[in-house]
Design a binder for this molecule. Structure first.
Ligand SMILES: Cc1ncc(COP(=O)(O)O)c(C=O)c1O
Length: 426
């Protein structure tokens, strides 16, 4: 690449973070399938453990295959650094572990992936981390939810499963006024469709399991540091702003500057809680990312064609896809996801719960399973599966009422996808 050119997104998707292997010349990033790494000598070991030198110690804390993935996703998101972990949920766990202590609060959109609603409302409660829910369709509800104990705000850029486009910049303004970081789960959009840091986000998280990996073959998650938040103000984030005895008294925010958050998640959260990403999975996800721009274009084109088909179908009472003109989120979609509204859409069946069960049992090309972001077209009836553990009111709030069906449209021929739905809807 010419020195003076800033590489485009598709080039970064193929190359960012990777070099031919210096030892063997291997062009594709190898899977460094090793638990640990030999030190050069005692001084080198001491420098690594004291955070005075960067390098590999033990795969729970870092691995060279994972490091390429981290650099690549950081480049695609426009962040300063990233940390890959075992799942999307592990990414969320480490973010909040770094930000919160027992008794703290955070504000989260109530229209999130059902698993995140569970994680925040149940598991996090047992750590003394208290979630306060707000409505992404009413920005003032975020403002009202802020208290002196609030340490962060969490939203999804495109919410799963409702297809809601969140006004990231408006919520970033609330976070800024409250001096707390805005965390955006960018799983459904991916950085190809939306780059939350450009709209004021401070931290981005992903389930790599979905569109970044893209082939339904690996579970993974990642945390991307935006590098702009001031962690030292008022000492509200002690893991970043207070001296760490275990690391010779260094202050992470001072030593690591604009990538201190990613470092804190690694050297405290990942080290102590342990959800490391297997290098084999990092390899598969890296390979997937190389085609991210091509896949996201095709996913979005196919999903729009399916949404247009469903709108006209007599068995369908409503369709929620922000890429459809006239959709409630169409204007926000033009602003936040101008290249396309992604693969995921929901629709309502006039026949309600029973019709949902019948549809998922009748499709042939679609796979009935609990995932999104595969090359294959996927279908689920959230009320009977992913969201069944929520109360009826929470289901409706999360966009997963009894009549709702969620599709994750794959990259097959759109005519085949539509024909399958046509025969299954009867
Ligand atoms: C938007 C979103 N965030 C986070 C997650 C959790 O990711 P993982 O299953 O990799 O833990 C999911 C999983 O479906 C998701 O859809």
């Amino acid at each position: 690449m010419a020195e003076d050119r800033i590489p485009g997104f598709a080039t970064l998707a193929v190359h960012a973070g990777a070099q031919p292997d210096p030892t063997t010349g291997a062009r594709v990033t190898p899977i460094y399938q090793t638990s640990s790494f030999v030190f050069e000598d005692v001084d080198h070991a001491a420098a690594l453990f004291g955070l005075q030198a960067f390098g590999n110690i033990y795969t729970r804390i870092g691995n060279p295959t994972n490091a390429v993935l981290e650099e690549r996703v950081a480049a695609l998101e426009g962040g300063t650094a990233a940390l890959s972990v075992a799942s999307g949920h592990a990414a969320q766990l480490l973010v909040f572990h770094t930000l919160l202590t027992s008794g703290d609060e955070f504000v989260a959109s109530k229209k999130l992936y059902g698993g995140s609603i569970n994680q925040f409302g149940n598991a996090f409660k047992s750590f003394g981390w208290n979630v306060v829910w707000a409505d992404p369709d009413d920005i003032s509800s975020f403002e009202r939810a802020i208290t002196p104990k609030t340490k962060a705000i969490f939203i999804e850029s495109i919410a799963n499963p409702g297809g809601i486009i969140t006004d990231i910049a408006a919520i970033a303004a609330v976070a800024k006024r409250a001096n707390v970081p805005l965390i955006v789960d960018n799983t459904l959009a991916t950085p190809y469709l939306c780059r939350p840091f450009e709209h004021g986000a401070d931290i981005v998280v992903h389930s790599l399991t979905k569109f970044l990996g893209g082939h339904g073959n690996s579970i993974g998650g990642i945390i991307v540091d935006g590098g702009r938040f001031n962690w030292t103000r008022e000492g509200r984030y002690p893991k970043l702003s207070a001296p760490l005895a275990e690391y010779g008294g260094i202050v992470l925010a001072e030593t690591f500057g604009n990538f201190a958050f990613a470092i804190a998640c690694r050297v405290l959260g990942l080290r102590d809680l342990g959800p490391a990403l297997a290098p084999q999975n990092a390899f598969l996800i890296l390979t997937g990312i190389e085609t991210l721009p091509l896949r996201m274009q095709r996913h979005s084109e196919n999903a729009r064609a399916v949404a247009e088909f469903l709108v006209d179908h007599p068995a369908v009472s409503w369709v929620s896809y922000a890429g459809l003109p006239g959709d409630r989120y169409y204007n926000l979609a033009k602003r936040y996801v101008p290249k396309g509204a992604g693969a995921v859409l929901t629709f309502g069946l006039a026949g309600g719960y029973e019709a949902g069960i019948k549809l998922v049992s009748s499709v042939k090309l679609f796979s009935h399973l609990a995932n999104i972001g595969d090359t294959r077209s996927l279908i689920i009836h959230p009320a009977s599966t992913t969201h069944r553990q929520l109360s009826d009111a929470q289901k409706v709030q999360a966009g997963a009422g009894p009549d709702v069906v969620r599709l994750s449209i794959g990259i097959e021929d759109k005519e085949d996808i539509i024909a399958d739905l046509q025969q299954a809807l009867g």
